[in-house]
Design a binder for this molecule. Structure first.
Ligand code: PRP
Ligand code: URA
Length: 206
């Protein structure tokens, strides 16, 4: 698995604010959206393009458009907050949903929703703010690969070394694009220093 950390001062400052305990939920959601926009822009760099004719007010030229649109797959719940800005960057992309919740005792993800269509080698951008143990991303990537996906790029705000190692070992995810690799997981599977519970900080403790 290729691992790319987006090293950018604006992203780093937004991430610092995102982590802070006293950042209120509305600001937290805005920051999730802003950082996601930068990450998806970066994730899209290897997408192939095709040439198209363009008529400008001054004449004609050769422009480009994306040769294929990656399928966007937010992992519910927390990945939902990443979807609007991912769609801003890739407005023609289709979206599929995978709903997962970690059992907080066993840390095993339970699937409660799956709308992934039959695929034919299309690239997929999997959206989840947190890569902790890697269990959720692995279950989602398995579902997507079984549906016939091409290369799977996981876009996460934060990643733990333990989750990166687990995903790298399984080989299902081709590439990870993240804003930071944190220090470690604590004994209840939370990323340290992290930002706490990404779902609760966006949508409340439901
Ligand atoms: C969080 C997060 C990831 C998962 C990461 O979701 O959004 O999906 O934990 O942990 P893992 O790498 O150890 O699997 P959670 O299960 O808390 O559900 P939520 O998004 O509904 O809050
Ligand atoms: N899920 C979260 O929301 N935060 C973590 O630190 C780990 C898993």
């Amino acid at each position: 698995m290729q691992v790319e950390v987006l090293d950018h001062p604006i992203v780093a400052s937004q991430l610092s604010e995102l982590r802070a305990l006293d950042t209120p939920n509305p600001r937290f959601r805005t920051l999730v959206s802003d950082i996601t926009r930068a990450l998806v822009f970066h994730a899209a760099r290897p997408l192939p393009t095709r040439e198209i004719p363009v008529t400008t007010p001054m004449g004609t030229t050769v422009g480009v458009s994306l040769a294929s649109q990656p399928l966007l797959v937010p992992i519910l719940r927390a990945g939902l907050g990443m979807l609007p800005s991912a769609l801003d960057v890739l407005p023609e992309s289709p979206t599929g949903f995978v709903g997962l919740r970690r059992n907080e005792e066993t840390l095993t993800p339970v699937v409660y929703m799956n709308t992934i269509p039959q695929l034919n080698g299309e690239p997929v951008f999997l959206l989840d703010p947190m890569l902790a143990t890697g269990g959720s991303a692995q279950v989602a990537a398995d579902i997507i690969q079984t549906a016939g996906a091409g290369p799977i790029t996981l876009v996460s705000l934060l990643a733990a070394p333990e989750g990166i190692a687990a995903l790298a070992q399984s080989g299902t995810v081709t590439r990870l694009v993240t804003a930071a690799i944190d220090d470690h997981l604590n004994d209840v599977g939370y990323i340290v220093p992290g930002l706490g519970d990404a779902g609760d900080r966006q949508f409340g403790d439901q």
